[in-house]
Write a protein that binds this ligand. Structure first.
Ligand SMILES: CC(C)(COP(=O)(O)OP(=O)(O)OC[C@H]1O[C@@H](n2cnc3c(N)ncnc32)[C@H](O)[C@@H]1OP(=O)(O)O)[C@@H](O)C(=O)NCCC(=O)NCCS
Length: 177
């Protein structure tokens, strides 16, 4: 399978996408476009296989309070709010799950964090992981951190996870099953 990841365009048909998580699907169908094209809140990248949208990741510029990080990380950093790339949403279409597409989208986001670090500064990647997807992120070295304020209202409550830029692993070529 050949997978292509590119920026969402206004003409992309998002209406058929279904990941099995209704909140994430609703976001993609109703809000991803206006957030990107009108409000510039975040940018969505879509994974395409055989002309079909099989997954997406939405990223946005964000920051975290240094006091939220574990002691050993805090000691290495100045006492400012830290710029990070936030993985705001990530999902794979139900029929395409388990083939490496989620991993490919996450790696794409990690690569964006590296590039962001080069051009404007970025100390790592954060994600508010839903309970069902937590283990997926922990596999790639994300670690839980304390949320000091501004928790999401989502239920079940997501867990904030952080991957420092220095822990982003080298990214060898990826095989999609
Ligand atoms: C979670 C999700 C993005 C994973 O995508 P996917 O394409 O099925 O995952 P991949 O095939 O790329 O899996 C990559 C690796 O993660 C593992 N993995 C996938 N989903 C996992 C999960 N929920 N928990 C633990 N590990 C998981 C796979 O076993 C695989 O491991 P391997 O590299 O050792 O073989 C997808 O299941 C999904 O969209 N779920 C519904 C929406 C959602 O909950 N999004 C997360 C919002 S925070």
């Amino acid at each position: 399978m050949t997978l292509r990841i590119r920026r969402l365009a206004p003409t992309d048909d998002r209406s058929q996408f279904a990941s099995g998580n209704p909140d994430v699907d609703c976001f993609f169908q109703r809000f991803a476009g206006q957030n990107q094209f009108r409000h510039h809140i975040g940018v969505t990248y879509i994974a395409i296989a055989a002309e079909v949208i099989v997954g997406f990741v939405t990223v946005t510029a964000s920051e975290i309070e240094i006091d939220a990080l574990p002691d050993e990380r805090r000691r290495q950093l100045p006492r400012y709010p830290l710029p990070v790339l936030r993985v705001a949403r990530l999902a794979v279409a139900e029929q395409a799950q388990g083939r490496g597409i989620g991993k490919a989208l996450l790696r794409f986001a990690l690569d964006l964090a590296r590039k962001t670090a080069e051009v404007v500064g970025c100390t790592g990647v954060v994600v508010d992981a839903k309970p069902a997807a937590q283990a997926f992120y922990l596999k790639y070295g994300f670690e839980p951190f304390a949320l000091l304020e501004g928790g999401l209202l989502d239920r079940p409550e997501p867990t904030p996870l952080f991957l420092p830029l220095s822990a982003i692993p080298p990214l060898p070529p990826l095989r999609i099953r």
